[in-house]
Design a protein around this ligand. Structure first.
Ligand code: FE2
Length: 273
């Protein structure tokens, strides 16, 4: 069984979060995360990731003691960088998408007139929004695993909760949890995983939802051709008030036209793979 996993190029790694920090060189072979945040599910879940991603997650978790102490903000951010590197090792497209969504979200937050601290929180939350996709196989992420079965859809729809579980060991990462958890909620209450509507979705979740959809429409994927920028904006407008917050869509359109971060993200999307 073990040799088969290794032969497939996968390292099924497990780290008990309660144990003392392990050095990266002695990277444990399993990553186990307790899904008890927000009472989503008390079951333990297991991430199946390759050795590079496992190493980066281990490096992130190694920082958690000092990150959770006094003045541990910088350590926390370093740990978040390791999580993003792990995402890059798991699926490079998703990592590129996350960075672009971070830029769009930051531009939108500024267009909405948020203060500098909130803009920063929105930007980091947006970069982290899909880290839970490390719990989804690359073939499912990229639509190359054949027919989309119920099991695959369920695996995919768990990624916001998986992302929350990855942030859970870091006390100072709490401000990023809301965006990670709610970026697939729709204002009409038809999203997931909580199926909450406009009033209950935090602003950060509503911002990331718009930025996420725009990048998904305009970047090249294995399973679809990218949509033009104007067609994608028209689609956002059509879905404003149903799927997306109308005020956020208006701010996003304003940001796309003028903000240098948003323009950079559009350029990056053209060369995305
Ligand atoms: Fe997502």
């Amino acid at each position: 069984m073990r040799s088969r996993r290794l032969a497939a190029g996968l390292l099924c790694a497990a780290i008990a979060l309660q144990s003392s920090p392990a050095s990266a060189r002695r990277a444990p072979r399993r990553i186990q995360l307790k899904r008890n945040t927000l009472k989503l599910n008390a079951k333990t879940m297991r991430l199946r990731v390759g050795p590079r991603a496992a190493r980066e997650i281990t490096l992130a978790l190694d920082q958690r003691q000092s990150a959770n102490g006094t003045g541990g903000e910088v350590r926390t951010l370093r740990a978040m960088v390791h999580l993003l590197r792990a995402l890059k090792a798991h699926d490079a497209y998703t990592h590129g998408h996350a960075i672009r969504v971070g830029r769009y979200a930051m531009a939108t937050a500024k267009a909405l007139g948020l203060d500098a601290k909130s803009v920063n929180t929105v930007s980091i939350s947006a970069k982290l929004h899909d880290i839970g996709k490390m719990g989804v196989s690359r073939r499912v992420i990229n639509g190359t695993s054949g027919k989309l079965t119920r099991a695959k859809r369920m695996m995919f729809s768990r990624h916001p909760a998986t992302g929350v579980a990855l942030l859970e060991p870091f006390a100072k990462a709490k401000p990023y949890v809301a965006g990670v958890l709610t970026h697939h909620e729709n204002v009409d209450g038809t999203g997931y995983p909580l199926r909450i509507g406009q009033e209950k979705i935090p602003l950060v979740g509503r911002i990331i939802a718009v930025a996420d959809a725009f990048d998904a429409m305009t970047s090249a994927r294995t399973y679809n051709k990218p949509m033009g920028q104007y067609a994608a904006l028209a689609q956002l407008k059509r879905l404003a008030g149903k799927k997306f917050d109308t005020q956020v869509v208006t701010a996003f359109i304003k940001a796309i036209k003028s903000d240098p971060h948003a323009k950079r993200a559009i350029n990056d999307a053209r060369t995305a793979r």
